[in-house]
Ligand binder design. Sequence first.
Ligand code: 0X9
Ligand code: ZN
Length: 522
Amino acid sequence: MRIRWTNQLCGLTVALTTVAAIAAPPEGIETTRARYDDQVVVRVNVETAQDLRFMLQVSPDPWSHRVGIGGPVDFRVSSEHLADMAAAGLEFDVIIEDLQGLIDAESARLANRDDDNVIAGTFFDEYKTYTEISDYIDTLVALRPDLAERVELGTSLRGRAISGIRITNGTPGDRPAVLIHGCQHAREWITVMVNTYIADAFIRNYDTDAEIRALLDETEWIIVPIVNPDGYEYTWTDERLWRKNRRSWYGVDLNRNWGYKWGGEGSSGFRFSETYRGSAPFSEPETQALRDFFEANPHIGGHVDIHSYSQLILQPWGYTAALPPAHELIDQIGSQMAADIFAVHGRVYVNGPSYTTIYPASGVAPDWTYGDQGVLAYTYELRDTGQFGFILPPDQIIPNAEEVLPAMITLGTEVARVRDPLTLSVSTLTAGQPASMTSGDAMADARVYFVYSVTGPGSVYAPLLGTDLGLANPALAGVALSDGSGSAVYNFTVPGGTSGTTVWLQAAQYGTTSPVEQATIN
Ligand code: 0X9
Ligand code: ZN
């Protein structure tokens, strides 16, 4: 058995005494709010199914990081269970020893905000309420009405608007679009600020930043900082660690309520569970609003569902360990985004498929947008890796947003490229002789598929590529890797004895194809 304590505490007795000592609510803090006095956050090395079962019994609330067997998992637990956990042979660290202390410090800070500070600082020096975010959307639109407009996606269960901002240098609907949103989970405050910051950066820097200008000339963005307004408000007024929406007394985990493989592994049918999936797929007005928006805007080709915490870039699928058809491309863009993030402040974000990188979860947003809508979809888990968890200090808002911004630009650029048709040129085809097919405008350093048909043009859906090929009875000629500028060359030898045969040829990459070329073999 191994027990390690953070904060220089060296034994169980010391830790329990310290936790008990902070039990009385400090002066000036409203006592009607939910309190977590006897609770700590532990990172447990879950080695067996039995370990996991034990922890799920003693913890009302697994936090982020990783849930599963064979890795560290964070749980919020009452400190009275620490001794039992140690007795059960679990290895763990207490990563947040004074949870209520963190929350108290945050509430005191927010209660003392004065307008001078808000005006002197920037909007992103402190967390903002639902109303402040909503007003800020109007501020941004007013700055650049030529680039931005307010969008209303729908109304929450308790009647609050689910609002966003659409930003593009063009007519909405004309260009490939990326939709990003935060706060499906109410307590993940950093996601609200990072989404809003991205909108702010796009609008304020359009004139001066060549990269942002090129991006907004080429793509459209829909940014929805708060998908779960009722839950978000509730975390400000009543229960800081509330996660779900505000259906009745229990709430539904919106990120288990989406209609792709709804009800599967990693979701719960019990109302009291933090991962309660709701009574049916899309039973909640918040997920319905987003579903309807995606369906009404088929030009959306990219999606990021932003959460916290753990510093991860998660790819489909969440419901199964199997890899999706476009895994290679999704993984490649994911590592590029992780590299972009690392380059800003040196923070490591791990990129990988959701199921194996964090934990199985069914009915999650990107599974539906990718699986049902063919959109390149990711989940981000923002800062940190557990030091503060959901109670992230506000001085991390700007650095967190700064590091995410270039990753978003990468995603937008790749979505635009994936949606652009490839080019294809074919060399002279002579039976028994070497020949080549060259494609341009492909995604950089990625596989390009060269397909042919001897039957003629047609239309066949290729699931691997997430798109329709323009060929009847297509066959794969071969695969070539594109270079850094997106050009791929496939060299081959034309089979002997084929003189006089007519073939139809096409290049394809995930989500896009070239025009069909016709050639007759000499
Ligand atoms: O559980 C979630 O919904 C997300 N983590 S969080 O701690 N923010 O709640 C992760 C969802 C990622 N997708 C899958 N694991 N399938
Ligand atoms: Zn979340």
